[in-house]
Design a binder for this molecule. Structure first.
Ligand code: MN
Length: 224
């Protein structure tokens, strides 16, 4: 037993569909611009290789939570996304090898301070404070196993804002894992937000934003 100068914070965990055990979260990676139409709405080419940014594990928010409107922004945006949960680690893996690393899937919302992201892009600074702020990673229950072809919908107060088939992704989950594994060693507990389709937009105080993916529990959050 290692003696600590103060008690370590508990591991962040997420519920698992149909199981009492919870999924321990290690790190959160996110893919930028993985749907062609969203890349175009953000003013980018749609044929770039995948690029990555991160959120801290303790940015996780469980579905059904109420969160405060984040500080330092006046343009909080929703990004409905498929989240892939890693159950087997690996580095420098092929797409075939990547498939076997997937433990399950969840619906997620990559909450974004869009104004800070625009400033960061313009001044060539990092995105961390635009993307990796407290309570910025809404994630629903993780469902074990593979995910058949499904559609994603993101609605705000019941009005659909984003809708796409997961097959519209530029890079598949296996291709994303293979590419990410060239950069870092992936480990059990890692989560990967796989990018958002077109239709991102603002969230205001009092709004409830729900990300639904066929076959998965929704990821819902209310801005208090
Ligand atoms: Mn995103």
């Amino acid at each position: 037993m290692v003696a600590l100068v103060f008690p370590a914070l508990p591991t962040v965990t997420l519920p698992v569909t149909g199981r009492a055990e919870r999924f321990p979260v290690r790190r959160i990676f996110c893919v930028g611009r993985n749907y062609a139409e969203h890349a175009r709405e953000m003013g980018a080419d749609d044929k770039e290789p995948p690029f990555f940014f991160t959120k801290p594990a303790d940015a996780v928010v469980e579905s059904g939570s109420r969160i405060p409107y984040p500080s330092a922004t006046t343009n909080l945006h929703h990004e409905g996304e498929l989240v892939v949960a890693i159950g087997k680690g690996g580095a420098m893996v092929s797409e075939e090898g990547a498939q076997a690393m997937i433990w399950g899937h969840a619906a997620g919302n990559d909450l974004t301070r869009r104004d800070l992201q625009a400033e960061a892009k313009a001044s060539r600074r990092p995105w961390d404070m635009a993307k990796g702020f407290d309570k910025s990673a809404v994630v629903g229950a993780i469902r074990p196993g593979m995910l058949p072809e499904a559609r994603l919908r993101c609605s705000v107060n019941g009005a659909v804002r984003q809708e796409a088939a997961l097959s519209e992704m530029v890079w598949s989950p296996a291709a994303i894992i293979a590419a990410l594994s060239q950069m870092v060693s992936l480990s059990p507990g890692d989560l990967i937000f796989t990018g958002t389709p077109a239709g991102v937009g603002p969230l205001n105080r009092g709004d409830t934003c729900k990300v639904e993916i066929d076959g998965l529990q929704s990821a819902s959050v209310t801005i208090a």
